[in-house]
Ligand binder design. Sequence first.
Ligand code: NAP
Ligand code: GFB
Length: 320
Amino acid sequence: MNKIILVTGGSGLVGSAIKDVVEHEGNALPDEKWIFTNSKEADLSNLQDTRTLFEKYKPTHVIHLAAMVGGLFHNMNNNLDFLRKNIHINDNVLETSYQFNVTKVVSCLSTCIFPDKTSYPIDESMIHNGPPHSSNFGYSYAKRLLDISNRAYHQKYEVVFTSVVPCNVYGPNDNFDLQNAHVVPALIHRLYQAVNNGDKKFVVLGSGKPLRQFIYSLDLAKLFIWVLRNYNDVEPLILSVDEKDEISIRQLAELISKNFNFQGTLVYDTSAADGQIKKTASNKKLRQLLPDFEFTNMESAIAHTVKWFQNNHKHARLVN
Ligand code: NAP
Ligand code: GFB
């Protein structure tokens, strides 16, 4: 049977990486038709728009990426919007997928939604074991409800609605907005400006002490495609680099600064929030399923992303 795979959020960081891997590396199978959508085509927080999109494409499979997404500071200032917008989008996409007899939906959670007070490494069984960090509780509860919804749909209709849980993602075509972006694109954009301005000092927000695992978007894209084709368990699957690849924000800032050959001094603004001090995730379940998967070396992936921004900054996405 031919598959029609609808990728919601297809114009974003993760969606465009999947599009790259599928279209530019010839990874689409003969029976697969891939469709990548964005909010201009359909506002998925609106049920009628969602139904119209599904009527147009009649998908058999959905990779559901569309969401209100942002970095620490965007979340801290907009928890209510992150909660409501994402609840509406997620409920519309799952209910419409069921109504249109979609065979499988793979949605997207995040390692930042796990309990703030927890043991480490976190694993898939721990999502609901306590409140998330206060900085992004709105986004976190909306994402946790996605997992709850998947279980409810599976219980009632035995549909394959599942989810993956990426760690922090970075790569080409990210959101580089200075206020709302995640740390990697924000540091790239700000260091690009600092070098152009000949600044002698560069301010990294926070203490630089928090630890993060970062996955390159093109690696995540390959894992997403594998999950769509092979993973049929309603339980979420963490898609993260190894625990040993966790780095501090300071190490990240130094790595990006080296890529710009920035000659000035990095200073740390400890009056700015650090957010979660760590969210170390185990990728044991993934490794058991895909023991031979190789993640791109972070130095080369960061170098590629910096180069992409230098070549594309004029039309890089700045989502306010
Ligand atoms: P992104 O670059 O901000 O892209 C968001 C995508 O969602 C865009 O295609 C956007 O369309 C679409 N979208 C937003 N609101 C919409 C609406 N109301 N209706 C229809 N489409 C809408 O985000 P991303 O980083 O690719 O994130 C993709 C998924 O990965 C999200 O579910 C996110 O929660 C998850 N995730 C991201 C990270 C990370 O570090 N980036 C980490 C873990 C999980 P427009 O382009 O038209 O605005
Ligand atoms: O990617 P990020 O914004 O979000 O990283 P989280 C925030 C960390 O980077 C904090 C430091 O420790 C910040 O102090 N940082 C340093 C900066 N300079 C900057 C900068 O210029 N911009 C930003 N944004 N941070 C998010 C969640 O947490 O993780 C989201 O809030 C989402 O919901 C995302 O899930 C994956 O990693 O802290």
